[in-house]
Design a protein around this ligand. Structure first.
Ligand SMILES: [Zn+2]
Length: 142
């Protein structure tokens, strides 16, 4: 099922866990909103593919990958993305510079960008780093 010109429901629900990962109606609506308001405008601005490594997560998938129960991946509001040839930090900064209406943006471990879209639109910007085996969040990506 095509959500926008370049994003499908399939790629936003893909999982390597082998567990069921089927969004309900409101979770599908959240994925569509994320694609329409953030992912597709980003893809259009960059002119190159935005690869989604993790989008929606069912309760079982979220548990299997160690996600917190309150994760916005659970509700279909978040995706982890990367773009070939761009560092995660450059991608995060580009999303801010474009003025996309994200809720939360996290540059995670220099590897990928977690971006969410939701009603709060906090425009929260964080950098996730691992220190002494624990994840810490630093303020700001710019
Ligand atoms: Zn994420």
């Amino acid at each position: 099922m095509q959500l926008t010109a370049n994003f499908t429901l399939d790629e936003l629900t893909r999982t390597t866990t082998g567990l069921p990962n089927v969004p309900n109606r409101s979770e599908r609506a959240a994925l569509l909103a994320l694609a329409e308001h953030v992912l597709q405008p980003l893809r259009d601005a960059l002119g190159q593919p935005v690869l989604v490594t993790s989008g929606f997560r069912s309760t079982a998938v979220n548990r299997a990958v160690g996600g917190v129960p309150s994760s916005q991946h659970r509700s279909g509001q978040a995706a982890d993305i990367h773009v070939s040839g761009m560092t995660a930090m450059a991608l995060a900064r580009r999303i801010v510079a474009l003025g996309l209406p994200f809720d939360q943006l996290i540059e995670e471990f220099g590897q990928w960008v977690h971006v969410s879209y939701g009603p709060l639109q906090r425009r929260q910007q964080l950098i996730a780093v691992r220190r002494e085996g624990r994840t810490r969040y630093l303020q700001g990506v710019t």
